[in-house]
Design a protein around this ligand. Structure first.
Ligand code: G4P
Length: 528
């Protein structure tokens, strides 16, 4: 393999968390360690999550910024790290889910005060579905948090994953004194705003070392000895294989804002996180080391300038070497396309690149050729699997307010849904266009963008649905009858797949019970 060295030095991952747990802060510290940014605050000031719903100009401005921060590439200890950003706002959860299809592992940030929160649970579900290896970072140890053992238990129960502590905290909040590194058997002492953690790292002969009492005081030293004995008994040694198979998640404690415990996390991540992995495609498994290039589109971003409808499609490279200006095969459209200005992403700036390798994410200028899930190859006809579409949670009818702009509205809503902003369903037996989103905010964004970018005015009428289920059946006649009979609740998605729109859990359950020959799917793989 010609580029084995390149593959072996790449780590592509995402940091995920419930909003406010500290994802942005941790991202920033990683970038500082990687030398990708020089000052704290650089990422933070770009934060997209805190905009008011009415603040559309801000969305416009932030859209450009979030392209640049979508992928952050930095080097650390000879590794090339691709950190894929995920939106914090829950209304953009689907964007996050899709980004998770493009990474090989994740770091999950949990707030030590709030423990497992709603978004944490949902994100972990996606990781579990895909068997993505997870490292947990328990943040904000400088605040009075939950009891550490209780917290671990809560995470294990709620997220249904076995944990393995790599470091262990000494107290929390005002009394937080630092963490004990269970593997290196060293003590890392906490002082707010520690610059380089090495300075505060103390090697111990063993836990009986008097130095421990000297540094922590006899009470905390005794408590630590007791805790560690318990932990060693329960958890033993981490088997990296178990982590790579997503059976066990190593856990680190720290405080991102104080840059405490972050280096330990990053060092461990570099040493154990998976390099680019094989991927399942429709006809076979695709290995990263294959000679021929392949990749898939997991994200599409509207360009900053609304007068030009160019978009940036983000391709995750799965195999081979990507070369600038070489023709590649767009499998869905069955046509060959080349890219003269592919971008790579260094934090906050875009650079045109000549080549890229498996694990890398490249930004391609797109004039409407791509939709999420599209596969590019060097000619072979297969498409990558596992890019799911989840059921929206809010459904509204799209109502055209300007009949003279019908065409623009059609085009706009098609392009926006190709970008994955929302899902579009068309009611059977009618032409009613139903937009499904995860959050209210997205409807406002759609309305705004349709008007600004396409000149089409629209409004939304609330519909009484709560879930979309994709339907399949071995008996086409039964499916057809069901769709006809349930016309008010039936629609097709953009790819023509039949969908049942349920008003409530009760209706859904009743239909499932009454129609045993029809399978109700809660996610649809876009490519299937
Ligand atoms: P997010 O991206 O996951 O939404 O979280 P973010 O990093 O923005 O952090 C959310 C808040 O938590 C921020 O405070 C941040 O400063 C704070 N924070 C992050 N890590 C720690 C930590 O280790 N300890 C403590 N005590 N706080 C932490 P904010 O007031 O919302 O924002 P800002 O005013 O600081 O920008």
């Amino acid at each position: 393999m010609k580029f084995e060295k390149e593959i072996n030095r790449r780590k592509t991952f995402a940091i995920i968390s419930h909003p406010d747990a500290g994802k942005t802060t941790l991202t920033e510290k990683f970038l500082l360690f990687g030398g990708a940014i020089q000052t704290a605050g650089a990422v933070k000031s770009n934060k997209i999550k805190k905009f008011a719903t009415s603040d559309f100009m801000d969305i416009e401005r932030q859209r450009g910024i979030s392209v640049a921060t979508s992928v952050m590439t930095f080097e650390y200890k000879n590794f090339l790290v691709n950190l894929l950003d995920t939106p914090g706002h829950k209304d953009f959860a689907e964007d996050t889910f899709r980004t998770l299809t493009a990474v090989d592992s994740v770091v999950l940030v949990v707030d030590s005060v709030n423990g497992v929160e709603e978004q944490t649970r949902r994100l972990m579900e996606v990781c579990r579905m895909r068997n993505t290896p997870v490292i947990v970072f328990i943040n904000k140890m400088d605040r009075d948090g939950k009891n550490r053992f209780d917290l671990l238990e809560e995470i294990e129960m709620e997220l249904k994953i076995e944990l393995h502590p790599m470091t262990w905290p000494i107290n929390s909040g005002k009394d937080f004194k630092g963490v004990y590194n269970l593997h290196e058997k060293s003590l890392l002492l906490f002082s707010p705003n520690t610059k380089a953690s090495d300075e505060n790292s103390i090697e111990l002969k063993d836990l009986q070392d008097d130095l421990l009492d000297e540094k922590l005081g006899s009470h905390d030293a005794a408590q630590l000895r007791e805790d560690v004995e318990l932990i060693d008994g329960v958890y033993g040694q981490l088997k990296v294989e178990d982590y790579l198979q997503a059976k066990v998640a190593p856990v680190f404690f720290g405080s991102a804002i104080n840059n405490f415990g972050v280096k330990e996390l990053l060092d461990s991540f570099i040493s154990i996180a998976p390099i680019p992995q094989e991927r399942e495609a429709s006809t076979r498994m695709v290995m990263p080391g294959e000679e021929k290039f392949s990749g898939f589109i997991f994200k599409i971003h509207a360009n900053l300038d609304p007068r030009h409808r160019d978009r940036i499609a983000f391709v995750r490279i799965c195999s081979g070497k990507f070369l600038r200006s070489k023709y590649y095969h767009h499998v869905r459209l069955q046509k060959d396309i080349r890219f003269n200005n592919p971008y790579s992403f260094l934090a906050r700036s875009k650079d045109i690149i000549d080549d890229a390798y498996p694990g890398d994410v490249v930004g391609l200028f797109d004039t409407g050729n791509f939709k999420i899930g599209d596969t590019l190859t060097e000619g072979e006809d297969y498409y990558f699997l596992g890019i799911p579409s989840f059921s929206p949670e809010i459904f509204k009818e799209l109502v055209n307010k300007d009949p003279l702009k019908t065409k623009q509205l059609e085009k706009g809503i098609n392009q926006l849904t190709d970008e994955g902003v929302a899902q579009l369903f068309t009611q059977f037996g009618g032409n009613k266009k139903i937009i499904g989103c995860v959050g209210e905010l997205q409807f406002e964004v759609i309305q705004y963008r349709l008007l600004e970018e396409y000149g089409a005015a629209c409004e939304f009428r609330t519909l009484p649905f709560y879930k979309a289920c994709w339907l399949t059946s071995n008996d086409p006649k039964k499916l057809e009858d069901f769709l006809r009979y349930k016309q008010q609740n039936s629609a097709e998605d953009k790819d023509g797949h039949p969908v049942y729109l349920a008003q409530s859990e009760w209706f859904l359950k009743t239909e499932m019970d009454n129609n045993p020959d029809i399978v109700f799917h809660f996610t649809s793989e876009i490519n299937k």
